[in-house]
Design a binder for this molecule. Structure first.
Ligand SMILES: [Zn+2]
Length: 298
């Protein structure tokens, strides 16, 4: 009759040898194994379904280490990753109102409060001023999880302010676009932001300052029809979907099946809509090189 060295229990001859303690070797108990699993949250890659820890994903700029799929980055995380040093955040004084008292399945303020709670952001656009490889610039990023990154009047206000500040400081402006389009809850006021942002970009062009757009998955509707397609250079991330109307709507209109990669960045590059597709790991270098060239810094 043998005795387990760890628990001191008497082992029956039927106990498998894998369950027996070995002198001098630490055997973690079940509780510890479970704890170790649950303290490290993981993200599942939507493409290859690999489970990657959040820390590993964050270090890899949310690119799947197994299949190279570019996962969505949160706006704030994106800007913190993009800049070497963030100086300050702009546009936080603009707060959303409900000018139309809009109610669909829920009142607009309630929907807004939910989005704020979910994302921790006050609106769908985050603007920051900072330094990239020694070049001071302004960059803004759309938060897609905030009501589909839709453009309402606050997004317009923040974008226009970013452009004005860029002109004032003689700095380039970079926009990371990811949006479903204009915000229907603000009706016409939302559509007006297309004209406002376009006018602000025109002022940047008149001032001779670069405006660069990075199209991330997905960009649609009023944002494509205005600020996302008015850059001096259009860069897209691999496989990003970019368009005005969605694929299904076009299929129903033209009564034709549209095969992959329709509306993907690769398809748009082939058809001359965008300038280049850049892997996220090369994005900072690419933007820096373009900005340095356009600003005659090299
Ligand atoms: Zn993957």
């Amino acid at each position: 009759m043998s005795q387990d060295v760890k628990s001191g229990k008497i082992l029956s001859p039927a106990t498998p040898w894998t369950d027996r303690g070995v002198p001098g070797i630490h055997m973690p108990d079940e509780q510890q194994v479970l704890k170790a699993t649950f303290t490290e949250p993981t993200i599942e890659c939507p493409e290859c379904h690999a489970l990657v820890t959040r820390t590993a994903m964050s270090f890899n700029a949310y690119v799947c280490p197994q299949c190279d799929e570019h996962l969505r980055m949160k706006a704030r995380e994106r800007l913190n990753w993009f800049f070497d040093q963030v100086k300050m955040e702009l546009g936080q004084e603009f707060k959303a109102k409900d000018p139309l008292n809009f109610v669909d399945s829920k009142p607009y303020p309630e929907r807004m409060a939910e989005a704020q709670k979910k994302t921790g952001e006050t609106e769908a656009l985050v603007v920051m001023q900072g330094v990239l490889k020694g070049v001071p610039l302004i960059a803004c990023a759309f938060e897609f999880d905030f009501m589909g990154g839709s453009m309402g009047s606050v997004v317009g206000d923040r974008f226009v302010q970013a452009a004005e500040r860029a002109i004032e400081n003689k700095q380039p402006l970079i926009c990371f676009a990811a949006s479903g389009g204009a915000r229907m809850q603000e009706g016409m006021l939302s559509l007006m932001q297309m004209a406002r942002t376009s006018a602000a970009i025109q002022k940047m062009k008149e001032a001779g300052l670069p405006y660069i757009v990075v199209l991330t998955h997905p960009v649609y509707g009023g944002v494509t029809a205005s600020l996302a397609m008015l850059g001096d250079v259009h860069i897209a991330e691999p496989k990003a979907m970019i368009g005005f109307a969605g694929k299904r709507v076009i299929e129903q209109t033209v009564r034709e099946k549209l095969e992959e990669p329709f509306q993907r960045a690769e398809y748009l590059l082939d058809h001359g809509v965008i300038d280049q597709i850049v892997h996220r790991h090369a994005l900072r270098d690419t933007v820096y090189r373009i900005v340095a060239k356009l600003m005659n810094l090299t």
